[in-house]
Write a protein that binds this ligand. Structure first.
Ligand SMILES: Nc1ncnc2c1ncn2[C@@H]1O[C@H](COP(=O)(O)OP(=O)(O)OP(=O)(O)O)[C@@H](O)[C@H]1O
Length: 302
């Protein structure tokens, strides 16, 4: 578990992160979302003690990162897939990290297998494709078998197969009971992955919410209702406070009423409803609405 309390980080006269409070829980994938420059990397670096906060407290498994004994067994991180010596093989790289972190050498082959790099283990990392480098970065994060994983924009630049692979991996890591905290500036990447979302804008918290609830709360989902008597249905539903507009000859669009309410009102009025379809919003739409709603957070002078 990660607990962030009143975190602020200032560079010069600007806050990269301001009064941020949230926790990241085990057993689920938590997406950390915000536009470019909103402070996601700064927050992740602060969790790992790579950046010193201007104010606030961060606890990892109940302690500051610096107070963790053998931190690699608590937290694995994928911050930058480029941090591997190009002349070393994947196996040599992992052995070096394992030795430095006092981790058992057998973990090297275990993590190579987990990320599908067993066959490429002897090749120089400098010859790796971006996707392979990303797998090696994740293997490195997994070396200490940590309960917490921090992944900063892990799918950046990957092809669709690589994206799918990382998604599936994150889900399985969460299913094993780990805390998976993954940043992205693209909501669409989180749509099929995150169980929970922490959204920031200009360094401030905008939402800390289950992914499904975000859609529910910020969706503009409407109903298409097909009926034998659109004229009468429009009158009845409008009288109940809904916005109703004809969609075509036998279908009306209804905003502001649940499917239940539409069915009941139509029944009471003796109008026959043939079909009701709900048009759901995507997570992307909900996110845009949410960040729009947070427009006051744009611009944070120190
Ligand atoms: N070392 C630094 N010195 C000065 N300003 C910095 C530094 N690191 C980050 N910033 C500023 O802090 C703000 C937040 O940056 P950060 O990299 O945390 O955002 P981000 O959400 O991770 O963005 P991205 O999606 O582009 O990676 C930005 O305005 C950035 O310019």
């Amino acid at each position: 578990m990660i607990e962030i309390e009143d975190l602020s980080k200032r560079y010069g006269d600007r806050y990269a992160v301001r009064d941020l409070t949230f926790s990241v829980f085990p057993g689920r994938v938590t997406g950390f979302l915000g536009p470019n420059g909103s402070g996601k990397s700064t927050t992740m670096r602060a969790v790992l003690g790579l950046d010193l906060p201007t104010a606030g407290r961060i606890r990892v498994d109940g302690r500051p990162y610096a107070a963790l004994e053998r931190p690699l067994t608590h937290v694995g991180m994928l911050l930058d897939a480029g941090g591997v010596h190009p002349g070393r093989s994947a196996r040599q790289h992992l052995r070096a990290v394992a030795a430095a972190g006092r981790l058992p050498a057998r973990r090297v082959d275990e993590v190579l297998a987990r990320v599908g790099l067993t066959d490429a283990a002897g090749r120089r990392a400098g010859e790796f494709s971006l996707g392979m480098r990303q797998r090696l970065g994740i293997a490195t994060a997994l070396l200490g078998d940590p309960g917490i994983l921090l992944l900063d924009e892990p799918v950046n630049g990957l092809d669709p197969e690589g994206v799918r692979w990382i998604r599936d991996l994150m889900k399985s890591l969460a299913a094993e009971g780990r805390t998976v905290f993954v940043s992205s500036h693209l909501m669409s990447e989180m749509e099929n992955t995150a169980d929970h979302l922490v959204v920031i804008g200009r360094g401030r918290l905008i939402a800390d919410i289950p992914a499904g609830e975000l859609i529910e709360r910020y969706s503009d989902g409407f109903l298409s209702v097909r009926t034998t008597d659109p004229g009468r249905l429009i009158t009845v539903l409008a009288a109940a406070g809904a916005q109703v507009t004809p969609e075509n000859a036998d279908t009306v669009r209804v905003d502001g009423l649940s499917g239940d309410a539409v069915a009941r009102l139509a029944h009471q009025a003796g109008v026959l409803v043939l079909e009701t379809a709900r048009h759901a919003t995507s997570l992307e739409d909900a996110y845009l609405r949410l960040t729009d709603a947070a427009v006051e957070y744009r611009g944070v002078p120190a």
